[in-house]
Ligand binder design. Sequence first.
Ligand code: BGC
Ligand code: ZN
Length: 355
Amino acid sequence: MLEHPTPEVSHFHHVKIRTLDVGICGTDREICTFVYGAPPGGSDYLVLGHEALGQVVEVGDAVSRFKVGDLVVPSVRRPCADTRCIPCSLDRQDFCSTWTFTERGINQYHGYMTESFVDHEKFLTFVPPELREIAVLVEPLTVAEKGLAQVWKTQQRLPWGSAQANEPRGKGLNALVLGAGPVGILGAMALKVQGFNTFVYSRSKKPNFKASLVESIGVEYISSEAISVDELSRHIGSIDLVYEAVGVPGITFDVLRVLGINGVYVMTGIPAPKAPIPVAASEIMRNVVLKNQAIVGTVNADAEAFTSAIRDLGTFNRLWPKAVRQIITGRHTLDGYQDLLVGKATGIKNVISFE
Ligand code: BGC
Ligand code: ZN
């Protein structure tokens, strides 16, 4: 913990925000082992924190979308400086093509684990007051939102198109979520809202807290101790979509073997560098070709993913007020940072509250 200069509004479009909540995730913990992330050039430290909720305390003269008192969530990636980068010039730095983007709290840009922060209004999304308690979950939910956007685009390759106009787009399709961490559980909720028959596949045996949480929203929890990867499609039926939210290459590639015909496999995990492992490469390659499978990586997230995350979080809050709150398993003061960042990982989503 150190003293960091208070950021000030220095641009017409700047907004100054008082930090309310910051979520801790695997990325933060990984940064603390020094295998990921980097401080801004010229700084010998990086302010952590990329999952934040705050309240506007000051606005620059040209700010039109926010006023003092509004609740906002900031995004993470910031555009690169290369004017020839088409994605960044289109505000789609999530697809930055120069690999020189920055990320707040992760990559060469200070994050939100401070009493206040300043950002350009275009990187902020409005949060309705009724989501105050849970809006710190917006950023991890944007991973699923962008992932789903990629799924719909990918499946436009199917000549008959998607579901009927008046039906949810996942109706009649089976989705399997790998992992029961925050990204997995929020992903399962988003898939469920889209009408998929949704399953979560995770290690721990039932009964356990995460299993009861997902089953309370009508998603079946399957323990890999009880049902092997090879038994999955007998249990589920054709696996039309896999949403990987576990970050472990072994299980990720093992489950790729059982993806269904015309299926999509969405990867969201970012494993630390490790030695190569054996995978069933010929089985996978045969399937990918013969079954027209698509594998798509997704890294969050664009402004639209933030807008749809706010909308979906509102839906979760109406449908499953208890379950969505149960994702936040711990609220801590800033003094608790050491245990949260370098101690044993416990619970689902831990949050540092600045209030
Ligand atoms: C964040 C993303 C970020 C990614 C890679 C994730 O934890 O949610 O915004 O792009 O890490 O750094
Ligand atoms: Zn994160």
